[in-house]
Design a protein around this ligand. Structure first.
Ligand code: ADQ
Length: 465
């Protein structure tokens, strides 16, 4: 296996788990791959400088080498808060209403991709396999090719790919996808996002698409595009369950919920996660079944993210209001139905909370995959497993059909399925969980990285030209 060069917006070393949690599920996955293959993880340090220097800071931690650069304040504004998180993120999550199309965002995005290419270039050796991650860096492969890089370069998109009719609202959409077709392999979370991408290439670019072998051909270059559903680091996560921290967290939640069934939600505070809509569903449950208020305790853990962006500030305020309204209307001196917590926890503590909660409520409006759904299943007690209530619009729903699948926009559907989960027999809970755990255990993150890297290394010839 050749050395791996992973490139993503941010790098996250293993010991920074609290922070990694808030950054998303990428961190654990890539650390595992790098430990296995050796190599470097390159990205932005998270620091801002007055003038871009291109200086690279190399560090080694727990068997992983990281190389980072600082960016200018304008880069962070236009590339990170701007194009990546105010243009691409909302558009790719079908939120055209929140999408901002500012020219300087696009220019900042191109500039930073150029800076990434220039800075990472000296670190790439001829035999390395290069793996670029996510929507921040879609044109990076083409930038590297223009500097003569002939290595195998793959790209994985962690978020959905939108339908063509939405995607064409993006100015210069053709330029972006043409640049992507300089990768040898493009991976998506699900076949749904893959099909949207292939549809776009065929309809809008006039590319030749071989649907059987998933090859897109344009201007004499061939790119393979396939679905690789990401998973959790199953063995590592389950081992966390044996720690004192996990057992303490488990006891804390069991003891404090007493006779009530605990139901849990764990999400970055992001509008794609459907948190206000989830509160509407819970409110509807209490309105429809008022005698069940005493039976249910809902815990929502939601660490803030991307706080510099207006839409994220709004979602936080909205969620606080809705939680406050429900608690105001339904609390008693000895009972508060919702506990809303704005902080991160360690993986071990999350394991304990997941296991103590007999319902996992995962209701994003749109999500590339959603690792919380898989972590929840992995943490369950096989003799008394909880029930996963999962949005139909999460990529994970395609693999996890034995969950109770809901429409997150419908408070009635959410309320109805909470009631089904609350009253589900042990036999049915076990039967569903025994199916779900097979996917979660077998389609884990090690298999994901293996599959992607093996396919990338097996692409016939680099997409140079
Ligand atoms: P995210 O949108 O961040 O990831 P998700 O897949 O759910 O979404 O991963 C979140 C991760 O953060 C989970 O591992 C979770 O345990 C952790 N986390 C959440 N809240 C936490 C808290 N309070 N404390 C500690 N950890 C917390 C993006 C895409 C997803 C895709 C992943 C991986 O949006 O669709 O599944 O990348 O590809």
């Amino acid at each position: 296996m050749s050395r791996l060069v992973v490139i993503s917006n941010r790098v996250a070393v293993p010991k920074a788990r609290g922070a990694a949690g808030a950054q998303g599920g990428l961190a654990g996955a890539l650390n595992s791959a790098l430990k296995q293959n050796g190599g470097i993880w390159f990205g932005w340090s998270g620091q801002e400088t007055d003038t871009f220097t291109g200086n690279i800071n190399v560090q080694r931690s727990e068997g992983v080498t990281t190389a980072t650069i600082d960016l200018e304040q304008a880069d962070v504004e236009e590339y990170y808060n701007g194009y990546a998180n105010s243009t691409l993120w909302p558009l790719f999550h079908y939120r055209i209403d929140l999408t901002e199309y500012e020219q300087e965002f696009g220019r900042g995005y191109e500039r930073v991709n150029e800076r990434f290419a220039q800075s990472v270039l000296p670190l790439i050796e001829p035999e390395d396999t290069v793996w670029v991650h996510d929507y921040h860096l879609m044109p990076l492969g083409e930038r590297l090719r223009s500097r003569g890089v002939k290595n195998r370069i793959g790209f994985f998109l962690h978020i959905p790919w939108p339908p063509t009719r939405l995607f064409v609202s993006l100015p210069f959409h053709q330029r972006l996808v043409r640049a992507m077709l300089h990768y040898d392999l493009i991976g998506f979370q699900t076949t749904e996002w893959l099909e949207s991408f292939l549809h776009y290439c065929e309809r809008e670019l006039g590319a030749t698409v071989d649907h059987e072998d998933c090859v897109v051909e344009l201007d004499g270059r061939k790119t393979v595009a396939k679905a690789y559903p990401i998973g959790v680091d199953y063995d590592h996560f389950v081992a966390q369950g044996q720690t004192i921290a996990a057992k303490t967290a488990y006891r804390r939640l069991c003891d404090s919920s007493r006779t009530r069934t605990a139901m849990i939600g764990v999400d970055r505070l992001d509008y794609s996660k459907g948190l206000p809509e989830r509160m509407d569903g819970i409110g509807r449950f209490f309105d429809t079944y008022p005698d069940r208020v005493k039976d249910l305790l809902f815990i929502q853990i939601a660490p803030p993210s991307r706080e510099d962006i207006g839409s994220y500030q709004k979602i936080r305020t909205m969620l606080e209001q809705k939680t406050g309204q429900i608690n105001g209307a339904r609390s008693d001196v000895d009972l508060v139905p919702i506990r809303y917590v704005n902080r991160g926890y360690s993986m071990a503590e999350l394991f304990g909370f997941y296991r103590a909660a007999k319902i996992g409520l995962v209701t994003p409006l749109r999500d590339g995959m959603n690792l919380v759904a898989k972590e929840y299943v992995a943490a369950q007690d096989p003799e008394d497993p909880g029930v996963l209530v999962l949005s139909r619009f999460a990529g994970a729903a395609l693999q996890m059909g034995e969950a109770l699948l809901v429409n997150p926009y419908s408070p009635d559907d959410v309320a109805h399925n909470i009631r089904l989960a609350l009253d589900m027999s042990l036999a049915e809970r076990k039967a569903r969980w025994e199916q779900l755990i097979v996917t979660v255990r077998d389609d884990n993150v090690l298999r994901w990285t293996d599959n992607f890297i093996t396919d990338l290394e097996g692409t016939t010839e680099p997409a140079v030209g």
